[in-house]
Design a protein around this ligand. Structure first.
Ligand code: HEC
Ligand code: HEC
Ligand code: HEC
Ligand code: HEC
Ligand code: HEC
Length: 207
């Protein structure tokens, strides 16, 4: 027995198909948007080796640029290679109370012996449709002094890194965060590099 006309049935099928297609696209999209690693502040993934900024920067007093070379002039801040770590750790080898290498030290040395890079997990990852340049933010070329001058501390955006046992994301990296700073009044013109603020037009960041 037929209750509905065939054309009505077809419409029901199409309706169901549309619902199905929407959830198939919608759920992964929602997951992506809500996943802490993509948009939220406070994201602190487990790293393959328990490297501590608190120890190396806070206690040993190392400079950020020793490891993140060029973050003050290049677009991208580098995460250091093992060779940078081994400048010290070929000598400094932490042992436990029994005099054996700690698990973290063993891992570090195994990677070095095998010449196998450590796969650090990205803590920050802006979408590809956003343009960001570290160098332009951290420093600027002062034509009078004829050298690169500091504009901003790393901590303004990355928070108190020297206290972080585990690296965690300080700012959300959402558009509103960038714009909040770009909208601020420029500082009094003590130096040409500070007497400027960031652009607000869309094409500055979406090129
Ligand atoms: C001894 C080397 C070393 C020094 C010094 C150092 N870092 Fe790092 N940094 C690393 C390593 C290794 C990682 C990757 C592992 C991790 O995230 O903990 C990293 C990760 C980071 C990240 C996250 C990168 C990402 O994946 O998005 C930021 C931001 C950062 N460092 C900022 C700083 C700042 C700011 C300073 C100075 C206050 C600093 N670092 C000093 C070695 C160093
Ligand atoms: C300027 C020298 C220096 C550099 C460069 C350096 N470290 Fe260290 N690191 C130290 C010192 C000093 C200690 C403390 C050693 C101790 O307490 O026995 C240490 C401790 C550590 C520890 C703790 C060991 C444990 O098991 O408790 C880890 C892990 C570590 N470093 C990883 C790294 C990594 C990864 C890099 C490269 C990104 C790096 N270090 C670069 C000097 C350095
Ligand atoms: C104006 C804000 C700002 C300042 C100042 C800043 N950073 Fe960043 N940093 C960011 C943003 C935004 C990202 C994410 C970039 C991306 O994913 O493309 C980032 C990413 C990083 C990364 C991961 C690698 C990369 O480039 O994606 C490291 C390491 C890092 N910053 C270190 C530093 C250090 C060291 C300093 C100081 C010399 C510094 N940052 C100053 C905003 C800033
Ligand atoms: C703490 C303040 C601050 C934050 C946060 C900040 N900016 Fe800026 N930005 C500035 C200042 C100041 C300038 C002006 C630099 C100049 O004129 O050289 C600037 C300049 C720029 C420029 C133009 C220079 C260039 O590289 O072409 C771009 C693009 C830019 N910012 C993108 C971003 C993005 C994307 C974010 C967020 C992920 C961001 N900024 C977060 C302060 C900030
Ligand atoms: C200072 C840099 C900056 C400027 C200027 C800027 N944006 Fe964005 N925009 C961003 C960042 C950062 C994101 C977030 C990227 C992410 O989530 O990874 C973003 C995300 C977006 C998105 C995706 C939806 C969302 O909110 O995450 C749209 C659409 C967008 N911007 C449009 C615009 C338009 C239109 C303008 C001009 C009125 C503009 N943007 C100006 C930095 C900027």
């Amino acid at each position: 027995m037929q209750i509905f006309t065939p054309s009505f049935d077809r419409r029901v099928y199409i309706f169901l198909l549309v619902i199905l297609a929407t959830t198939a696209v919608g759920i992964p999209f929602a997951l992506y948007a809500l996943w802490p690693g993509n948009v939220e502040a406070g994201y602190a993934p487990k790293q393959p080796i328990d490297y501590s900024h608190k120890l190396h920067v806070g206690e040993l007093g190392m400079d950020c640029l020793y490891c993140h070379t060029g973050a003050d002039r290049n677009a991208v801040a580098q995460v250091p290679s093992l060779a940078t770590c081994m400048k010290c750790h070929s000598e400094v080898q932490t042992t436990d109370s029994k005099g054996e290498l700690t698990a973290n030290m063993q891992k570090l040395l195994e990677h070095w012996d095998a010449q196998e890079p450590i796969r650090w997990v990205n803590v920050h990852n802006l979408s590809d449709f956003v343009y960001f340049d570290h160098g332009r933010h951290v420093g600027y070329w002062d034509p009078e002094k004829q050298r690169q001058v500091k504009r901003m501390e790393c901590q303004e955006c990355h928070g108190p890194v020297e206290e972080m046992e585990v690296m965690s994301r300080h700012a959300s990296l959402k558009m509103g965060w960038c714009l909040d700073c770009h909208k601020q009044e420029p500082q009094p013109d003590t130096s040409p590099g500070l007497a400027t603020r960031g652009p607000l037009h869309c094409s500055a960041c979406h090129r």
